[in-house]
Ligand binder design. Sequence first.
Ligand SMILES: NC(=O)c1ccc[n+]([C@@H]2O[C@H](COP(=O)([O-])OP(=O)(O)OC[C@H]3O[C@@H](n4cnc5c(N)ncnc54)[C@H](OP(=O)(O)O)[C@@H]3O)[C@@H](O)[C@H]2O)c1
Length: 299
Amino acid sequence: MRILVTGATGTLGGAVIPALLKAGHEVRALSRTKRNGRGNVEWMWGDLVSGNGVREAVDGVDAIAHLATSGRKGRGAVDVPGTRTLLTLARAAGVSHVLFTSMVGADRAAHGHLRHKLAAERLVTESGLGWTILRATPFHQWLHARLGEFAALPVLPVDRSLPWQPVHTGEVATRAAALLSAGPAGREIEFGGPHVINTEELVRTWLRAAGLRRACLFVRYPGRLYAAQRAGDLTTDAVPKGEITWYDYLLPPPAMSDESDDFASEHTASPTSPANQPECDPDLHVYGGDEGYERPTRG
Ligand SMILES: NC(=O)c1ccc[n+]([C@@H]2O[C@H](COP(=O)([O-])OP(=O)(O)OC[C@H]3O[C@@H](n4cnc5c(N)ncnc54)[C@H](OP(=O)(O)O)[C@@H]3O)[C@@H](O)[C@H]2O)c1
């Protein structure tokens, strides 16, 4: 199949492209930055908010992996109007399947950014196109970046009552590629990490991996979204689930052989190992990063 990937330069996009290529698909990748096509990835310029370039991007594709987002601070500009534009043009172009990535809890706790994800889900389910919604829990890589900012504080306010279920983007990407290969599921599918841990464990594991010491002040975060998270609305029991734990991601086992060295360099982003940070250039993901992603085995 020829598959358009929106959000191709993002954290998940960088893992979804190699997963789709590995599954034998042709990939067209959308970005607001102009890039030259390389190998079997065709890069196209387009902006989901203005709509420029989107008609050309959907022309001739069989399916769309719609990963683009304007994030928590973007007021849903890409998730809602951008998704509407994409779906309208995809329908006109005869696209048969749209897979939309949403967040676990969007249906149960539609507050803050999650309400934009739920609004976009509704656009997808009512689009008349074949659809699949993949709701994931927070990515290891996203939490790692947020904790890097958080640790700038000398004392960390930590709410121990909040459950988290971090998941690895490589595993989300593998699931997304399998769902695209299978065709429209016509349902919402949840995918979370292997363990639910609280904020204290999340932060302490990260500090240990970063080699940092910070005092933690135990607090209770206010707001409806945190209340929903506290009640377990942002975690999932759905199976299958990811296998790579937060601990393994940050503190991989010592290299025992060439194989386990690959595990450390390709599947972790230990704050203590700058060489292990996720690549910024998605071309690097495609041609050497998460390519051929497989669940690492521990020696
Ligand atoms: N991060 C998490 O922990 C998490 C957890 C669960 C679900 N999700 C979902 O997974 C998906 C991917 O998330 P991510 O963290 O990989 O996203 P990300 O790293 O923030 O990347 C956002 C992507 O959206 C694209 N984009 C932004 N504005 C655009 C516009 N106007 N037109 C076209 N493209 C635009 C960007 O491409 P350019 O800048 O190249 O144009 C970029 O590739 C999203 O649907 C997100 O809601 C994320």
